[in-house]
Design a protein around this ligand. Structure first.
Ligand code: NAI
Length: 396
């Protein structure tokens, strides 16, 4: 079939298999060009491995350190006449690239919050790798069925305490408007913490440890975000921020448990970037469009792969620099005072009329489409493409 983008608000409901493959290849080539990562982990489990930061966290240790990788994700395979999700095609492409390079790669497509998938992963590690040295936790999900209570928690993106009015952009239509977000109820806060907080990360480490498949000196890292005061009401001081506080507290609890055998749990505060998860947050896409406008000419712009390469380039090793709260700060360039001052200067100016010149909405849209495999150089989008693509590790 001939596959074109079908954008519906902040999602694209189609994905291009060859375009996703080209996008993965670009990231693999970036890592190869940067060179080997001495001392990188050799057996890596990535939870949320198919898109965004998690995909980059699979590519970097594989192609930078020759690591065997096991990826967990929740994606939709393509069918005859209907495309699968981008994360499916990314994972197919990743496995093909890994196989061509002689690297072990296996993927498990299922609900990472469930006990069944955790058990499947423990068994896969036991059978194929023995143990893992690194576990990256990079899930972003709107819901979680709790494995013990059976309750289904839905996350919300709301402020706390009082309503919040701010500028936002409809990235599809290019309209800047004001949005008022009502404050979250206590239940909504608790539900968001249940989905995006640290409990599931702790359950993963416990399952791996009880299964005997976590190397004694393993390192685990989960991703967080802080951002500037422009987005605090909706992000850091909102429902999602409460979940991130909980995730960060979980790192402390995990480290307390893992330290005796030399293991560590870390949180990395990453940069705001266009991903499927961030495009759903009100206000944040406008902030990202302005951030890109400022960071690109300063030579400070990075995507997921650049960020995660920096992470594995010594920042997860023992003794690496952490902030006062014990976190890795990959958002250091985003939070530079000169970057934030420039973004804050643009914020009051941006309108629907000047969006194209004041912000980098064009760059935002290009990056958004690339997430779904559109707009990649060297891909013929007029040609027939087969939406059915099996995962090599599931084919045997
Ligand atoms: P993403 O939407 O690109 O990736 C989410 C991943 O989670 C995908 O691999 C998806 O398949 C997987 N997933 C979702 N639900 C699942 C389930 N039930 N079972 C198995 N897999 C499931 O998101 P992104 O942006 O890469 O986010 C990853 C982490 O990075 C999140 O914790 C996010 O808060 C954090 N982060 C993101 C930033 C951004 O600007 N995008 C900035 C800083 C941190």
């Amino acid at each position: 079939m001939i596959i074109k983008p079908k954008v519906r608000g902040f999602v694209c409901v189609t994905a291009h298999p060859d375009g996703c493959a080209a996008h993965v290849r670009q990231q693999v080539e970036y890592v190869r060009a940067k060179g080997a990562l001495p001392g990188g982990p050799k057996r890596v489990l990535v939870i949320g491995a198919s898109t965004g930061y998690g995909l980059a966290s699979r590519i970097v240790p594989a192609f930078g350190a020759g690591a065997a990788t096991l990826g967990v994700f929740f994606e939709k395979p393509g069918e005859e006449g209907r495309t699968g999700s981008a994360g499916w095609y990314n994972s197919v492409a990743f496995e093909r690239e890994a196989k061509a390079a002689g690297l072990y790669a296996r993927s498990i497509n299922g609900d990472a919050f469930s006990d069944a998938v955790k058990q499947q992963v423990v068994e896969a590690i036991r059978a194929d790798l023995g143990q893992v040295d690194a576990v990256v936790y990079s899930l972003a999900s709107p819901r979680r069925a709790h494995p013990k209570t059976g309750a289904v928690h839905k996350s919300t993106l709301k402020p706390l305490g009082s309503a919040y009015t701010a500028k936002t952009v409809d990235t599809d239509r290019g309209v800047v408007s004001e949005v008022t977000l009502e404050p979250a109820s206590e239940q909504e806060v608790a539900d968001t913490v249940a989905v995006m907080g640290g409990e599931d990360w702790e359950m993963w480490i416990q399952a791996l440890s009880e299964g005997g498949v976590l190397a004694p000196d393993a390192v685990t890292v989960a991703y967080s975000y802080i951002g500037p005061d422009l987005t605090w009401a909706i992000y850091r001081n909102g429902t999602i921020g409460k979940a991130k506080e909980d995730l960060e507290a979980a790192a402390g609890r995990l480290t307390a448990k893992m330290a005796a055998s030399g293991g560590r749990a870390l949180v990395s505060v990453n940069k705001a970037l266009v991903t499927q998860a961030s495009s759903a947050i009100p206000v944040v896409p406008l902030y990202i469009s302005l951030l890109y406008k400022v960071m690109k000419p300063m030579g400070l712009h990075e995507g997921c792969i650049e960020q995660i390469y920096r992470l594995f380039e010594g920042r997860i090793s023992a003794g690496a620099e952490l902030d006062a709260e014990g976190r890795i700060r990959l958002d250091d360039w985003e939070m530079k005072p000169e970057v934030q001052a420039a973004v804050a200067g643009l914020w009051p100016q941006v309108t629907t009329e000047n969006l194209g010149s004041v912000s980098d909405i064009a760059g935002y849209r290009e990056e958004f489409l690339r997430l779904f495999g559109f707009g990649l150089p060297g891909v013929n989008y007029e040609a027939e493409s087969d939406p059915v693509a099996p995962l090599p590790s599931q084919a045997s």
